[in-house]
Design a protein around this ligand. Sequence first.
Ligand code: F6R
Length: 601
Amino acid sequence: MCGIIGYVGDEPALPILRTGLENLEYRGYDSVGVSLRGDEGIRLFKQAGRIKDLVLPDDETTVGIGHTRWSTHGEPTDANAHPHTDCGGDVAVVHNGIIENYDTLREELERDGHTFTSETDTEVVPHLVEERLAAGDDLPTAVTRVLDRLEGTFALGVVAVDFDGIVAARQDSPLVVGHGETGSFIASDVTAFLEHSREVTYVEDGDVAVLTRTGVEITNDGEVVDRPRDHVEWEAEAAEKSGYEHYMLKEIHEQPTALRQTLSGRIDELAGKVDLDLELPKEYLNSLDEVTFVACGTSYHAGMYAARLVETLADVRASAEIASEYEFDGGRDPWRTLVIPVTQSGETADTLSALRRAKRAGARSLAVTNTLGSTVTREADDTVFIRAGPEIGVAATKTFVSQVATLALLTVSLARARGVMSTTRSIEFLSNVRKLPGAVQQVLDAEQAIREAAEEHADDEAFFFIGRKLGYPVALEGALKLKEIAYVHAEGFAAGELKHGPLALVTPESSVLAVLSEGANPKATLNNVKEVESRGAPVLGCTSIEDAEKFLDVSFEVPELGVLSPLIANVCFQLFAYHVAKRKGRSIDKPRNLAKSVTVE
Ligand code: F6R
């Protein structure tokens, strides 16, 4: 996820771009840049780091674009920072999203003599525009034609020497146009220009917006279209959270988008194949005896989920280990053990230290992280990015679902490399993976019922989360989320373990939250539900099976996605935790005693 902004008007563009980028930093902040278009042609100022570190001149130029980046293709370096330009530096582009077919386009452009200076997917766009301009198109026509060549998701802002304005386009990434008194704006969201304009037009998929000194024209498929203007009532702080009261809630609701980004360009569903751009050779994956996930907190729960997927689908021994407890021992063969540190931040000291212990023992490693350029990416042998976008709330939400989705893809890669998953089986599994964004959206649409249940039970003495199989890590994650943001006693148990001790804690004042979906052995868990009910505990269940609601005080429906259903159930638990914490008036985005990145052991 990145943020883009652009301005055309009577005022100097730089101060507007600078403030806009500061307001967009919640979308990404690992590198930043602006381009000005004026009498001196296109000028570029960009570097790794934050907008506050970017040295900009005093300048009166009145057309410009800007970008704040959260890397997905190419490390956060000066060269990879946006804007990107064509060979002659006559076109500059900012982009939010992922161009899925960039490698094919890049090969073609390089064959035609274009020289690239970054590792980004974005850089193909200015080169493609350059070709169209050379063929005689004006900038709006050139951009419109280039869109036909792009696959993936994008919001683009383009400036060129020969055009006194900005051309913007959108496909599946947010883009809004602002109509101000002194000029027009584009941005990834209204926060960027709210202090200059509250009159906005939300650009739709396939639209091309042309911003000039006389106003804005929007076309779709070459035809001029009339998009409505809205008046934004929000204040800037609310707008930054897109109207949500907390980043955590915003990030919970961003999960369908985060999942789309995670999966984008990685699945060939017809062939049942996955491409994660792994450097580890297929022969090595084929020879593995064991896969070990090392991680902490929520990432550990993602690792537990993945370990079960790997064992059942890729037919190789797999386990998840708490990073701070991990030792490379137990007679493992380092040459045949793949160690997978799973870490959103890529900086968790316990996880890095576990990775170093594994490396010292001679094992190979594959990092799974959200953060390009983080320490784990430098130390592991190979890396897969989860592409969830920046997470501001301390409680991990969207990164959990993106971690598990990435690890589900990795499971298919492993299974196919090892020849243990048929094409039919893989197509079936990947078709469920593809349905994840829609299934998560279904749960989000039912938020009201979850909120009501959370408010009703907010003052319970304790909360017990139970689940089996893939429901077990989800039970642990549900309890972790509730304790960290609501500060209440919450515990997760393997449902079958209740009767071996924890049942003594269950009373009519303690709610039990159960995972009763496919992939979590729901029939067996229903027996445990009956055990707790007979002790008078209220039971709330996330279920994808028929008639389960008969045994539940409250039931939340979870779409049926096989072994991925428990992952969807987790979204109910996130919303439940959020609304309990809100009811209790907790500091949701910055819970007490916790930090987003834990860099001490
Ligand atoms: C829980 C949470 C923490 C992190 C843990 C690992 O909501 O955020 O439990 O999951 O500190 O962090 P990363 O994934 O950055 O290694």
